[in-house]
Design a protein around this ligand. Structure first.
Ligand SMILES: O=C(O)/C=C/C(=O)CC(=O)CC(=O)O
Ligand code: CA
Ligand code: MG
Length: 408
């Protein structure tokens, strides 16, 4: 099938053409329109007011005429397919051009918001390279991967109330820190503020308590994908994490990109995940079904300088396996649940997804082109994560960015 062309010519060569159509929530910042939150669909460098568009073409939609994506998320896969087909039709049929042109707003005239109400937030640990590096750094002298690592996707429950949209300033957290050489812990601002470049999966359709979601339930429950920065205070984390895992060192802020790329836009990005050297238990065995490896090329910029290019294709556990695992005990899914992949680190040093790895626990600080060096983040530093994926007919699927600046 060839990709349909839009009457909005510039969109056709953009990572945000009709092959993508990510959803967000915006308010208008310029002009005299009221500042009501509305659903927007990104087309090229414009935002389509989706609810108004539906009305303008005579197909009003309560799922699009809303102040968050939650009603659309809750509506489930058949509705997602229908809404996406309608948007594609509106943006490609010449007859809709006049009605929709006034409803396309420049990106710099809107403010983007957290697009859905985050229900539960889970973060995984699915990169073998990242887990091996962290094991070497944090637990020298032990096997870097714990004995369970290749049997189950390890994760922890995070703090959904502190998930923030890209652009929200990140306040340097205070907490208890105790370096191995310190006699006693002290309380104060973290000295080892870090990033974690991750990919987030947004749950739409809920599931019933007591009923696990199988690997092939992935498509039915997962609506789309965004970028995540799981800010981490390594000194707080290092002192608190034994034996229950990350707590305050990661719960002060988690940033997400404002655009949710529909799973349907990622068909051409699907790949077979890396070979697993331990046979997974049947509920995690994805060898016979649809592969859910995803070929996303990520990039991390620190104060505008590219410091890493993590390849999502290298992740050991897929999001479908993570979903099957997080419901394997019968835990239910709620609309708006967000689960993140875990830090994305590739095999090469310049593909690592966190500063703790890029600087090897601060021992080899990064040298930035402006002459400065960084072991961990300083106040006023700005970190931006972007990603693209292959689309149909050589097109590129853009994710936009997740960015945040550190404030004291
Ligand atoms: O190995 C550890 O003790 C800690 C690991 C992490 O901090 C990583 C984490 O949050 C999970 C991930 O993003 O991969
Ligand atoms: Ca993480
Ligand atoms: Mg976090």
């Amino acid at each position: 099938m060839t990709t349909p062309r839009s009457w909005l010519a510039p969109a056709n060569d953009s990572p945000f053409g009709v092959h993508n159509l990510p959803y967000g929530v915006f308010t208008v910042t310029a002009g005299d329109r009221p500042g009501r939150r509305r659903i927007g669909v990104r087309v090229g460098d414009l935002v389509l007011d989706a609810g108004a568009a539906a009305r303008a073409v005579g197909e009003p939609s309560a799922l699009l005429d809303a102040d968050s994506l939650n009603p659309l998320l809750a509506a489930g896969r058949p509705a997602w397919t229908e809404v996406r087909a309608a948007l594609t039709r509106w943006l490609t049929e010449e007859s809709h051009r006049d009605a929709l042109t006034p409803l396309l707003l420049p990106l710099d005239e809107v403010e983007l918001h957290l697009p859905f109400e985050v229900a539960d937030y889970v973060d995984f640990y699915a990169s073998e390279h990242h887990a091996t590096n962290l094991g070497r750094i944090l637990r020298p002298g032990s096997e870097p991967l714990t004995p369970n690592w290749k049997h189950l996707p390890i994760g922890y429950h995070g703090r959904s109330g502190t998930v923030v949209v890209s652009g929200t300033p990140v306040v340097r957290p205070h907490g208890q820190r105790k370096a191995p050489a310190d006699a006693a812990p002290s309380y104060g601002p973290t000295r080892r503020l870090d990033i974690e470049a991750e990919v987030g999966f947004v749950v739409g359709a809920p599931s019933a308590l007591g009923t696990p979601v199988t690997l092939d339930g992935f498509r039915e429950h997962v609506f789309g994908v965004c970028l995540v920065n799981d800010w981490s205070a390594r000194d707080i984390q290092g002192w608190e994490y034994v034996p229950l895992g990350p707590f305050l060192g990661k719960s002060f802020a988690t940033s997400v990109s404002p655009w949710i790329v529909p799973l349907d836009a990622l068909e051409h990005a699907r790949i077979t995940p890396p070979a697993r050297d331990v046979e997974p238990l049947p509920y995690l065995d994805d060898r016979a079904g649809e592969p859910w490896g995803l070929d996303l090329a990520m990039e991390i910029r620190l104060n505008g300088h590219t410091v890493s290019r993590p390849p999502f294709a290298s992740m050991y556990w897929t999001a479908a396996q993570q979903l099957a695992h997080m419901t394997a005990n019968g835990a239910s899914l709620r609309t708006g649940d967000l689960f993140a992949s875990g830090t994305v680190s590739g095999p090469e040093p310049d593909t690592r997804g966190a500063l703790i790895e890029l600087t090897w626990n601060g021992e080899n600080p990064l040298k930035l082109p402006d002459g400065s060096t960084r072991a961990f983040l300083e106040n006023d530093d700005e970190v931006t994560i972007t990603a693209t994926a292959p689309g149909p007919d050589g097109a590129v699927v853009g994710f936009g960015e997740v960015t945040g600046r550190i404030v004291p």
